[in-house]
Every structure is written in C-alpha cells, then in structure tokens.
Design a binder for this molecule. Structure first.
Ligand SMILES: *Cc1c(COP(=O)(O)O)cnc(C)c1O
Ligand code: SF4
Length: 451
C-alpha cells in the first residue's frame, strides 16, 4: 500500500530531497509557483526524479517550476514584491497580469467549442470534431501532479472558467441522444482518473445504461500511469476501477485510456509496468500521447525509445503534439522545423508497429494540423501540412502548403504558398465560427449566405 502525498508551493520544503537545492533555487520555485500551478507527489519525487542530476532532469522540470519559465523582468518584479512583503492583493494583481500575457485560453477553447442543448449552453462539454464529444466531469478537473507546461494551467490557478451544470451525467446522455453522429466520448480534465471509482462509475454507467448503439468508444485522457500508477495497484478503489473498465468492455464498448507520457523514464518503474498489465487484462487498450517540449523530450532518441518501450508494454503510440501557444512557451517551445526533424528521425528509427503515432501535430482553432514535411516545388521551399482533424470534416487529409519559415512556431506564423491570399479552409472557418454550427453538420447555402 502506498499512500499518496501531495506537495505544493506551501509544503514542498518537506520533500526530503529538497535539501539538494540551494536556497536560491528553492526560493525560485516559490516565486514561479505564484504564476504557474505547482503540485507534485511522493511517487514522482521518489521514483521518477533523478535527484543526482535534478537541474537537467526532465522529470524534475516536468513538475517543478523553473526560474526561466518567467521573463527575467517578471521574475525580479515578483521577487521584489515578495521581499518587501507587499500586500497579497498587490501580488495577485501583478501575478494575474503575467498570467494574462501567457495566452491562458489558446485555440479559442472557451468560446468556440461549447455546444447547446435545447437552446442552452451545455457546460462541461466540448464538441469540436463530429465523432467525438469531450466531457469534463466536475470532480475530475485536477491531477495527481501538475505538468509545468500544461495548457489547462489556468483552471488550476482558479482563473479557468470551465463551468459545470448540475446533473452532468444526465445532460451528457441527453446530448449524446440529440447528436447520434457522436461515436466517441472522451472523458477528460484535468485527469479523470483522480476521481474515485464510484464517481467515475456514475458517469460511465450513465453511458452504458443509456444503451446508445452509436457509442463505440469511451476514452479517458489520463496521466495517472505516469503520476500515480498505484491508482490501479494499491489504492483502496483500485480493484473497483479495474472492474469498471472491464464492465465497459463486457458491454461491447471499447475502452481506450489515452495515456499521457512525456519520457521513457516514466515507463521504467515496476509500478507503471504492473499498472499497464492490470489495465490491459480488463480488455481496455492504452493509446499514448505527448507534446514535444524543450527541456523535457526534445530529442529523437528519447521519442524512439519511448515509443518502443510503450509497444513492448502493449500500448499503442497515438499522437506527438507540438508545444501549444500558451504558458511558458518561450521555455518549452520547439519550432516547426525542429519538431519535424525530431519526429522524422525518431519515426525512421522504429519498426512499423510503432508508426501508429501521428505528428508533429498542432491543435489549432481550425483543427489538428500535422506538419507532414518540407518540400520544394518550382524552386519554392514549402511546408506540407495536413489536417488530422478538422472543424469541418471535409478538410481532413487534404494536403496544403505554406511558405517555409525556419522560425515558425505555430500555424498562425505561416503564410500560404504560391502567392495565395489565404489557406483553403480559412473562409469556411470564419463562417463556421460566426454561425457556431455544430461540428460536422453540413452547411446549407443559407448558412453560407447569412455568415
Ligand atoms: C484531439 C481531439 C479530439 C480527438 O480527436 P481524434 O483524432 O479522434 O483523436 C476530440 N476533440 C478535441 C477538441 C480534440 O482536440
Ligand atoms: S496531467 Fe494533463 S491536465 Fe494535468 S497538468 Fe499534466 S498536462 Fe495538464
């Protein structure tokens, strides 16, 4: 039995290994964690972090805020405020301004993907791609530890405005009934596996009991295998959790754990290996995904080794994401050219069994855009891009081209190739946003005119 113990900005000095940090390094954690949420736990601290080399350790950087994640100016301003014992309100005003500069809600997450049911906005649901509904259970909006690069960081600081209605399970089922094109429910957070089995079970049972033949897959987005594998081993609800997974499969619904791993080191403990094994015995599949992050995993060898290890354990590599345009992007961001090089070099090293992975992919407003390659046509050097998912399903798998730019970080840094004014999807995208059409519903000619 391993008991969970969380550490945060208030109690991290109780971590036994923290004495290896200088006073200045400890103070920096306190300062940066004013801005970015900070949480780690005894498993990460004892089993994942290499304390002999913590300064460059990807597992340390994954959880512990680093001085360089803030601009030098903001870091010293906050230090001054704290050193002169400024009133709390003054500190939080400054801190909030710093957060607002960090693009807290990238890709229009809050405005654009919230659907309506009977004319009312449905809180706790996002529906962007036709087949897949995202569901955010209110009790699953925290994690066993926080990633310093997390794009959901505002919600952990109390700035996020995900709102939840009452009777979430009933509303979700009603929404699924109204939208029969949805085949996948993706339960997400935070980390839904922070929920006790009984609570997760209420949502899952609601889907099973509704007996909707179109629902083929329930996915759960989680980092629990990396941050707290005991959820499946020794927690008091571990058996109940596994039984719930089995119940999904027994009812003819595919359960896919969308497991978030950033580095092969997270796959090397006995606890994670056993947890993966027990989950697979329930009939659930585990698909893996990760962003590509400077200071964490910006190396082809790390990715190749991670994919191989995942496959060895029976998991299926699924996505490599590009660092999102939020949070400490200067610190973590890897530009498009380099992301592509790392992806390709890693992909070339592994066998076809690992090549289920897709990337590098940008989760942008119009969809998930894969940077497929660099090429040259008529002496013009170009990026080849491709939608893996589109706000309009027709956009998917239609390669398009952008001018090569070695410094581009994100889709909106790119210019269309061949002197075109805009990319092929842009006009339609503006219209879709304006009329807030449900994903995948075809546009009528009136829609297009009214927009
Ligand atoms: C990635 C994503 C999905 C799932 O897409 P798949 O390609 O089916 O994995 C669904 N909704 C949103 C908003 C997403 O970003
Ligand atoms: S586990 Fe996921 S949601 Fe939680 S902090 Fe990490 S990236 Fe964010």
């Amino acid at each position: 039995m391993t008991d969970y113990k969380a550490y945060n900005s208030r109690n991290f000095k109780e971590i036994p290994q923290i004495s290896r940090l200088s006073d200045e390094q400890q103070k920096a954690i306190g300062i940066v964690s004013q801005v970015l949420p900070f949480k780690t736990n005894n498993y990460v601290v004892d089993e994942l972090i290499d304390w002999d080399h913590f300064e460059e350790d990807p597992m340390f950087i994954l959880n512990f805020p680093q001085k360089e994640m803030l601009s030098g100016y903001d870091f010293s301003e906050i230090t001054n405020l704290i050193d002169r014992d400024a009133p709390k309100s003054e500190i939080s005003r400054y801190v909030n301004n710093v957060r607002l500069k960090m693009n807290p809600h990238p890709a229009g997450q809050l405005e654009h993907n919230i659907p309506t049911l009977n004319g009312e906005k449905v809180q706790g649901i996002q529906h962007k791609y036709r087949e897949t509904m995202l569901f955010f259970p209110s009790q699953g909006q925290t994690c066993h530890a926080y990633c310093t690069f997390c794009f959901r960081w505002p919600q952990f600081t109390g700035m996020g405005d995900i709102k939840f209605g009452m009777k979430q399970a009933d509303v979700m089922v009603e929404y699924l009934k109204e939208n029969p094109e949805i085949t996948d429910v993706l339960i997400t957070g935070g980390d839904p596996m922070i929920m006790k089995a009984g609570i997760l079970g209420r949502y899952i049972n609601a889907i099973i009991d509704a007996d909707l033949p179109q629902i083929k897959t329930i996915r759960i987005g989680t980092k629990s295998l990396s941050f707290w594998p005991y959820k499946y081993l020794t927690d008091d609800d571990s058996q109940e959790t596994l039984d719930l997974f089995k119940k999904v499969s027994d009812n003819g619904i595919h359960l896919a754990l969308m497991a978030h791993f950033n580095h092969y080191r997270e796959l090397e403990t006995e606890a994670v290996e056993n947890a993966v094994e027990r989950i697979r015995q329930t009939g659930a599949q585990i698909r893996t995904q990760s962003p590509l992050m400077n200071h964490i995993n910006a190396s082809a060898d790390v990715w190749a080794k991670m994919w191989r290890k995942q496959v060895d354990l029976g998991m299926i590599p699924y996505y490599m994401f590009m660092a999102r345009d939020t949070g400490a992007q200067d610190y973590f961001g890897v530009n498009m050219k380099k992301s592509l090089d790392i992806f390709r070099e890693a992909y070339q090293q592994v066998s076809g069994i690992c090549r289920t992975v897709r990337g590098p992919s940008m989760s942008a407003g119009p969809g998930k855009v894969q940077v497929a390659g660099i090429t040259e046509i008529n002496n013009e050097k170009l990026y080849v891009l491709n939608f893996i998912q589109g706000r309009h399903p027709d956009w998917v798998n239609r390669p398009f081209f952008a001018k090569y730019d070695p410094n581009a970080l994100w889709l909106n840094d790119l210019q269309p190739a061949f002197g075109e004014k805009e990319f092929f999807f842009e006009e339609e995208y503006r219209k879709l946003l304006k009329i807030n059409k449900l994903p995948g519903r075809s546009l009528s000619s009136e829609d297009l005119q009214s927009a």
